[in-house]
Design a protein around this ligand. Structure first.
Ligand SMILES: [Zn+2]
Length: 222
């Protein structure tokens, strides 16, 4: 059994504010650390998060759900180009009426394990949120439910269900894009991910590429 995060009893967590990383996260090794990306200033980490967020945004916009082979990079030809302008993007490629939310699960080594796009309307499944689908696919691929060391990147602040699932899966880091003041459970309405009563709390980084992510959602609801 792996030990839980060292900051479980860290009183500094009381001071966590919206948009700020969990205290202590700066010194912790995580995804990318073995690639020389670990950086006390957080600059490289921020760049990595933005790079991963662009991939999640691509998943949200293209609706591509095929699992990538070999990890990393884009499995969607032209997908990145389509992200040039949020307003011009067709945010519902399948015309299913699903809100365009994309998620990508990265392994401890930074490899892409699984992706998910919100498919609630497409599948008629109330639990088919992007994060849950990515967690399921990653767990299936790895053959275990425990996803410690992994990073979940999602374009919109997770809801209570997804935040709960991320905690249960022992995901180490959660990176999200746009804030969701109406249902967000990562700092907006609740903060399930950093609830001190829970025995696992991921590091949380919110508001990554917030403008781009918000633009895609606005274009969809327009
Ligand atoms: Zn959700």
């Amino acid at each position: 059994m792996r030990s839980e995060p060292s900051d479980v009893t860290d009183p500094a967590l009381e001071t966590v504010r919206r948009g700020q990383p969990t205290p202590g996260s700066v010194d912790r090794r995580g995804p990318g650390a073995d690639e020389g990306l670990a950086d006390p200033t957080g600059t490289d980490r921020r760049q990595r998060h933005e790079l991963w967020m662009r991939r999640a945004l691509e998943v949200a916009v293209t609706g591509e759900v095929a699992s990538p082979e070999g990890g990393g990079g884009s499995a969607v030809p032209g997908g990145s180009a389509a992200l040039g302008g949020g307003d011009a993007v067709s945010a519902d490629p399948g015309q299913s009426g699903d809100v365009p939310v994309g998620a990508v699960l990265y392994g401890p080594d930074g490899s892409e394990l699984a992706i998910g796009r919100n498919e609630r309307e497409l599948t008629g499944d109330p639990t088919a949120h992007a994060e849950v689908l990515a967690l399921r696919r990653a767990a299936e691929r790895l053959g275990r439910w425990r996803l410690d060391g992994c990073t979940l990147v999602v374009t919109l602040e997770p809801c209570t269900m997804c935040a709960g699932a991320l905690v249960l899966a022992r995901v180490s880091t959660v990176v999200f894009g746009a804030w969701e003041p109406k249902t967000g459970a990562a700092g907006s309405l609740w903060d399930v991910l950093r609830d001190r009563r829970l025995n696992h709390r991921p590091e949380v980084y919110g508001g990554i590429l917030e403008a781009e992510n918000a633009a895609v959602l606005r274009a969809f609801f327009r």
